[in-house]
Write a protein that binds this ligand. Sequence first.
Ligand code: ADP
Length: 909
Amino acid sequence: MTSVQFQNVAKVISLIILSVGILVLAGWGLEINFLRRPIPGLVAMNPLSAFGFVLSGFALFLTAYNRDRINQIGLVINLLCIVIIASSVLKLVDYYFDFNTDIENWLFTSRLVSDNLLGLSNRMAPETAYNFILCGIAIWFSRKNNNFFNSVANYVSVIIFGVALFSALGYLFSVPEFRTAIVAHPMAVHSAICFLLVSLCILLINHDKGFMKDFTGSNEGGIVARVFTASIFFIAVFYGLFLIFLHEYYLLSAQLLIAIGAAALIISAFFIVWYLAARLNSISTKRNLAEKNLLLSDERFFKFFKSSPVATNIIRIGDGKMIHANNAFLRLFGFLHEEVIGKTSVELKMIDSETREKILSRVKEKGFHIENVEVKLRDSKGKMKEVLSSTQTIDLKGELHMLNTLVDITDRKRIEKEIESSRQRLKDAQKLSKTGSWDFNLKTQELIWSEELYDIFELDYTEPEKLYDECRKKIHPEDLEMMDIAIQSAIEKGVAITYEHRVILKNGEIKYLLGLGEIINDENGKPELLRGTTQDITEQIRAQKVVEEMKKNLAAAQKIANLGSWQWDMVSNSESWSDEQFRIFGLEPDEIVPTYTFFTNSIHPDDKERVLEEVDMAIKGTKEYNTEFRIITKNKQEKYVEAKGEIERNIDGIPVLMRGTVLDISERKKFEELLKAANQNLELKNRELEQFAFIASHDLQEPLRTISSFTDLLIEEYGSTFDENESIYVNYISQSSGRMRDLITALLEYSRLGNRRELRKTDCNTVLENVKHNLHTSITQSKTKIVSSYLPVINAYSEELELLFQNLISNAIKFRKKDVSPEIFISADNKNNEWQFSFADNGIGIDNKHNEKIFQLFQRLHTRDSYEGSGIGLSHCKKIVELHNGRIWVESKKDVGSVFYFTIPENKS
Ligand code: ADP
């Protein structure tokens, strides 16, 4: 029986008790004698007893019902118990001290008194009162959630049962002594039965507490106890009634009755003992069998243990020592059986003590049943093994042991690591190449992407079933149709596909992607998967565009510059020409397939041999290919070209490629020819002009000399006769002719400049020293200070250079400030392949507006009265500098000083 069933039976019994109490009270109330006194003439149940049974029944029902010990119900039960106990105690006090309170009289006085007048008892028996007190206590203890109180309640109910049994048997066997065994007032028959029921009910409520466990248990002891108790009870009642029957109807003697009773008892006892023996024997047989089976299963276990392919060992929990290890274990770790037995894993150096502590603490935490924990253990050679360990406890000869099974996962781990590392490598490779891979299930439309594709599409992780739609949303709408067609053709023809498409990113940016895909068939040969890769080729596409743009620009530039480019693959003897190259040769771009022969055939016959020789030298590496020649175009036009090229060689130095440019210089050549002619013409004219200037100045000197000598004669002969005016006029003539002579001399000088041109290594320091020497007097008189840095040695027309230095220094002295001694600083710097000389002075300076004018012939800024001069000095300077292909200029500030600069290119030096 289950606990619930016990409680249910208890509930039914408690309701019976309650009902009996109520019925008796009704009997008193309605004067139904049978209910008050079922056996006429004998004791009636006192109304107070009936009331006590109502309370007890109710309290017991609540106790059986209130199995979860709800507090409020508990309090009601306690209250009921207190009322039961208190009313019984009052009754006992009344009884022993004759207080005659008779609380029951409060209810049914007249009826109780009328009973008494008839000499019938209806008082509550003292044992009834005692029993009620015990009932109150037992019920109270039963409701407590405490083993001790519950088992005490059981013992108390046994007392109640005993007292009630006496009365009940007294009625059953009509033995008045039994009924009044303890006191003179007997207990009513239904009171006795009710008490029996109350004690039974309490025992059922506490069926799993105290001694009741032995009666209600499901094992053999419980069965025997129940059978035995029931048998004794029924045998005793049956034999009692049977003997009374024999005594009443057959008037048998007491001796005979005792003999019959004894015989019947012995026979009954024999059957009971037989039954008990049979039960015990069956238990023993079963146990023996179980032990045998256990031994057998132990044997089987060890057989299995030894032959198991899984490495297994048994460790005693007490000291951690290994007591068994199977062959698989020994094989796995390379030990001999005797090496491991009686040793701990730490002693065998399979684990260090730290790991062992870790395992132990884990075992303590989670108990000994551990499954599939990854552990690293060393084998006999110290090599680390990774195993999957499962542990559980087993009882061997009453001692706890750990049974460990160890599955070697070293290889699995290694493979896992390799897989992980190759997965990582694939991921890295995909990242580097900006390539993602994908699988598209044609049946379910499920799309699976590698991580890189999510990055390329800038999408968050999406479920395979939704990914295809999400992916399509990102693809450029103009490319969708093309992609669908490509996929369809792959499915229909089973061919691999390549397609380019664009995706639009969140920020509107466009990416170019290259997709490659192929169909994978299912086991029936039907297309199942489209598998492929997608590469981000945005940068390539952009680079391609840039290259195309550059090609266009180059072509345009070549067109504008009339510059063609070409490449001659000497291994395959093939040529490639730029568009402009074709045009230079009078062809449309790609009009013919260019070849080296075509090129050589286009060279002007007069130049051909030379050009081929030059190409040959370039190939041999003896001379750079940089030449000019004529070509005859398709429509027989003659063109001048400038060709340059370089050779590319392989690692063995063998020329494999020649590439270069061809520049159409026909125009330039034409211009150069014109320029040459113009120059020659100019030179001729110049020479004529110089000739003219020379002849003119030379011839002019003759009449001038005549004028001047006759003027001198005139003054000598007739000077004394001249009046004042005549003297002044004649002096004017003399001065003007002198001045004219100076001018003509200067002009002559100017026209002669450079005539005796001869470039010579000239040390400028020497030049300066010479000039200082020439100008010694004026330098000394004017107290001029000349400071110069170290001057270079240059290739120059030295006499002209000296004149240049002298002009600049004498000007600096001449145009000095009044009362200020001139200071001249001379230096030379090498700048951009030319020497830049500077002559700085502290003179009167020049107004900037005259910076150009002063270099012109006969241009002066002062009258001759203030500063002597002919206005030709700086013109000389300019001509000399230009003879050296240099420039001359001045930077000056009025009243502060001037710096005259001139340059002489280095290649002249
Ligand atoms: P000249 O010295 O005979 O006058 P130049 O041709 O040598 O003729 O000089 C032209 C003019 O440039 C000079 O008249 C003078 O006004 C100005 N000039 C030349 N050198 C200097 C200088 N160092 N300082 C100031 N003025 C100068």
